[in-house]
Design a protein around this ligand. Structure first.
Ligand SMILES: [Fe+2]
Ligand SMILES: [Fe+2]
Length: 266
């Protein structure tokens, strides 16, 4: 049985208010762009893991993969609702532009599932997971979960804490099925560039529509994320060895309780 806990949580999002100072708004567009990718990226990861499972004969890893996929499934369902609220903040023309980017991303991921090799898709999954885990760890280290700096309430704390919790799964699947350091670096980096370009497209579209500048942050949290990301390039990188920042365990315990309360109500 996996040590990864599946927490079925559904957030009730209020209508979103993007009436923030332009600089503050410009600073969060990257995170909003990330949210926009989730209903396409996470189902693609789940499809990849479903195919990978057919070749995984280690019961412990298979159990982790199932828990990983269930966590990702709850993530994207919440992000899809949040994204509906986000799209509703835009005029119809800008909302349609956002939809067009979403459609292009979905088309890419469907093509990857149907036309690319499993080793490519597993490397994509690990490239994405390694990069987001670096960002989530930096957020945890700098208390960003508690600060409420992003709209959507606990969505981000819950999602990022679970990304940290399941950080070893895509890496272990990659090592189990592919196990090539150069392949991880080449295709993992390709995946990160492919993914980050879509974030950029969402960011620029929203910035144009809202008339705000794109703000690149170089604060200590961004520097920590970069430092942690660069460590993933090491041939000795292993997410199992990462020291988890204080507070993540308590956060997961809080969401354990929230999921249990939701299950009791259902
Ligand atoms: Fe996720
Ligand atoms: Fe993940």
């Amino acid at each position: 049985m996996s040590a990864i806990t599946v927490r079925k949580i559904r957030f009730a999002f209020d209508p979103l208010d993007l009436d923030l100072p332009p600089d503050s708004l410009g600073r969060i567009l990257g995170a909003l762009g990330l949210s926009m990718t989730m209903p396409y990226l996470e189902p693609y990861l789940i499809r990849t893991m479903k195919l990978a499972l057919k070749q995984i004969h280690d019961p412990a890893l298979a159990s982790d993969v199932r828990a990983f996929s269930q966590q990702e499934s709850h993530h994207y369902r919440n992000h899809a609702v949040f994204n509906d609220r986000l799209r509703a903040c835009f005029e119809p023309a800008a909302a349609a532009e956002l939809r067009a980017i979403e459609d292009a991303l979905e088309a890419d991921y469907q093509r990857f599932t149907h036309e690319k090799s499993l080793r490519f898709n597993v490397a994509y999954a690990e490239g994405f997971e390694a990069m987001t885990c670096a960002g989530a760890l930096a957020m945890a280290e700098h208390g960003a979960f508690e600060a409420g700096m992003l709209p959507g309430g606990d969505l981000w704390a819950w999602h990022m804490a679970e990304e940290i919790e399941h950080r070893t799964v895509a890496f272990n699947v990659f090592e189990h099925l592919v196990g090539s350091y150069p392949y991880r670096i080449v295709f993992g980096t390709w995946a990160q560039i492919h993914y980050v370009r879509y974030i950029g497209r969402f960011q620029r579209c929203m910035a144009r529509a809202l008339g705000v500048p794109l703000v690149q942050t170089t604060d200590p949290m961004a520097r920590s994320a970069l430092r942690r990301y660069l460590k993933t390039w090491s041939p000795r990188y292993d997410p199992a060895k990462i020291e988890i920042p204080a507070g993540v365990e308590a956060l997961l315990a809080r969401f354990d309780a929230q999921a249990a309360a939701a299950a009791a109500r259902a």
